[in-house]
Design a protein around this ligand. Sequence first.
Ligand code: ADP
Ligand code: MG
Length: 262
Amino acid sequence: MTSGTTAPVLRVENLVRTFGGVKAVNGVSFEVMPGELKALIGPNGAGKSTCFNMLMGQLKPTAGKVFLKGEEITGKPPRAVWRRGVGRTFQITGTYQSMTVAENVQMALMSHHKRLFSILPHAYKVYREEAIELLDVVGMADQADRACAILAYGDLKRLELAIALSNNPHLLLMDEPTAGMAPKERINLMQLTADIVRDRGVSVLFTEHDMDVVFAHSHHIMVLNRGELIADGNVEEVRNNPKVQEVYLGGGTLYKQEPADA
Ligand code: ADP
Ligand code: MG
């Protein structure tokens, strides 16, 4: 993962974003390597979402550069970033809710293959097999013909993951993918993500509140505080970093507390 000869999938140089007088992101630099599952953690308001939005093209950086597989993509619009192989989870809303699980993935595949949405009435037939394959990756193939509107929340999240994989991304960006999920579902979704990272060689950058999930599944962890990275290392390095402990848990320990009499 740290081989000097391997080129990073994502490289961020000195990224800055200000809102009025607020420096939401203030000189952030890091890399994500191929096949790496990397967490970006930090207190509320640290600048995590602002960072993500700049990587996905939704927000233009005030300064700094973003490179995808060596190509500069700074300030490119979301669609251009997506086309270059950056996947992200979209929330399924509106009309998409009335479609079936498979149809949602088929729509995403059509978009990836640049098929026009005008063939919508025929979407049922196009890319059906590929959609089922992707649904199988997230364990949803048996629910292919159910309407999205009736899915359990955790299943909807898995569907969103299948859709995010539809453009065969090098990099998946997941800002709070487990928001609103029960702890057990969180663990399951991140385990699924870790399996996908391993099996498909995709890199993932994600944010997550639950420290158990972060420590259990990340290869590397970055800690953002007040717009600045205060740590970037493996699980042990970040756990033992005094700055992280101070900022993150007010001097407490970042180790999971062992139950006294388990
Ligand atoms: P996090 O995702 O780590 O909780 P954010 O990136 O959402 O943090 O926010 C970082 C800081 O930037 C906060 O102070 C927030 O209020 C501010 N901020 C974020 N988005 C905007 C915006 N669109 N306009 C003004 N301030 C913003
Ligand atoms: Mg956020």
